[in-house]
Design a protein around this ligand. Structure first.
Ligand code: PLP
Length: 397
């Protein structure tokens, strides 16, 4: 179907929750995608930090094909090996002892919120249920996760919100300390606020938050939906920040493009879930788990991770060079292959300009260009991005 017809049908048949860019993507390979008319684009969006190994990585494709021939779905009324094996792999390579699987980041955070409430109620009684989260945070679009999210625009029109969330400024220890009350059960944050404009948590702040949680007997929840799965240079961001949470959520990159989410926790926290206290029909589905196992295996092999680190340094240096040369660039922030370039102007037009030159980028928090390429991105591909960006931004400076 021609792109214009597709746009018309999309407008007629889809609820208008998105405003897509005017191309129809039909195929992808590595860091390239192709539209209906055969035009090639270099992909620095990566399905919004999803396709960590690039599009259609052969190991992921093979894993899906093999599993699809064997079993697509069975239900959590029975054991299925891919689910248990994936859980074991995640446990063996993280702080966690137990995993709950679901289908998205919001669901993973919903599970974390529910786990916090059950744990706190069990340990401290009914009065402890509040979770402190951060201003500018993003935790998802379900009622509980949008209530946890510290952005009014995400909450607009959905009152009454789910009670039990307090928002404090990010990286501000004093504000966090002042917000803790007898009702506080947990602190929940993203090690890097991705949707909020690529703001990295300060290591000293995180260490102090960990200590606060220990002193006040609070659970520490890291939302690593965007930062997990090698995105920041280590398998999980917490590993390089010197702080271990009690609960961590994953999604996005976990399935390399197949929908899957996970809530990981220590035994102490996880025991608060018992049979019937939480569930998901599709959670831990064999197809999704097989894809995630393939992704994890490639990351654990180490070569892609080592390459990603080099590319992250290269991209970060290139973006900092841009900042030095162009006053329109106000800041460069990020970790690993999650980088943000804050502009002095609205970034929407820059996204369109890049699209017209065959490069997909994203803009978040109005003025922050965000780059989340595959960990397999090549240096020459980063060079092309930097060339195109330089040209576009010079014209706007
Ligand atoms: N948490 C974080 C940090 C995210 O970046 C996102 C999505 O952007 C979510 C949660 C929600 O994930 P999903 O869209 O899969 O529900």
């Amino acid at each position: 179907m021609p792109t214009d017809d597709l746009r018309e049908d999309a407008s007629r048949y889809l609820m208008h929750t998105y405003a897509p860019l005017p191309i129809s993507i039909v195929r992808g390979k590595g860091s390239r995608v192709y539209d209906l008319e055969g035009r090639e684009y270099l992909d620095f969006v990566g399905g919004v930090a999803v396709t960590v190994l690039g599009h259609c990585h052969p190991d992921v494709v093979t894993a899906i094909q093999k599993q699809a021939q064997r079993l697509l779905h069975a239900s959590n009324l029975f054991y299925t090996e891919p689910q248990v094996t994936l859980a074991r792999m995640l446990v063996e390579h993280s702080f966690a002892d137990k995993v709950f699987f679901c289908n998205s980041g919001a669901e993973a955070n919903e599970a974390a919120i529910k786990l916090v409430r059950r744990y706190a109620r069990q340990k401290h009684g009914d009065a402890r249920f509040e979770i402190i989260t951060m201003q500018r945070s993003f935790h998802g679009r379900t009622m509980a996760t949008l209530s946890a999210t510290g952005q009014e625009k995400i909450q607009a029109g959905y009152a009454p919100l789910v009670p039990g969330f307090t928002h404090v400024p990010f990286n501000d220890l004093g504000a966090l300390e002042r917000a803790i009350t007898d009702r506080t059960a947990a602190i929940m944050l993203e090690p890097i606020q991705g949707e909020g404009g690529v703001h990295v948590a300060d290591t000293k702040y995180l260490q102090a938050v960990r200590e606060l949680c220990r002193q006040r007997d609070l659970l520490l929840v890291f939302d690593e939906v965007q930062t997990g799965m090698g995105r920041t240079g280590t398998l999980f961001a917490y590993e390089q920040l010197g702080v271990t949470p009690d609960i961590m959520t994953l999604a996005k990159g976990l399935g390399g493009g197949v929908p899957i989410g996970a809530c990981l926790a220590t035994d102490a926290a996880a025991q608060a879930f018992t049979p019937t206290s939480h569930a998901s029909t599709f959670g831990g589905n064999p197809l999704a788990c097989s894809a995630a196992m393939a992704v994890l295996q490639v990351l654990l092999d180490g070569r892609v991770m080592a390459h990603a680190k080099q590319m992250a340094d290269y991209l970060s240096k290139g973006l900092h060079d841009l900042q030095e040369r162009l006053p329109i660039v106000q800041a460069v922030r990020g970790l690993g292959l999650l980088q943000g370039l804050e502009l002095g102007i609205d970034g929407k037009q820059i996204v369109t300009d890049c699209l017209q030159r065959g490069i997909l980028i994203n803009c978040t928090a109005d003025r922050v260009l965000r780059f989340m390429p595959a960990l397999t991105i090549a240096q020459a591909e980063i060079d092309r991005l930097l060339d195109v960006l330089t040209n576009i931004l010079m014209k706007r400076s």
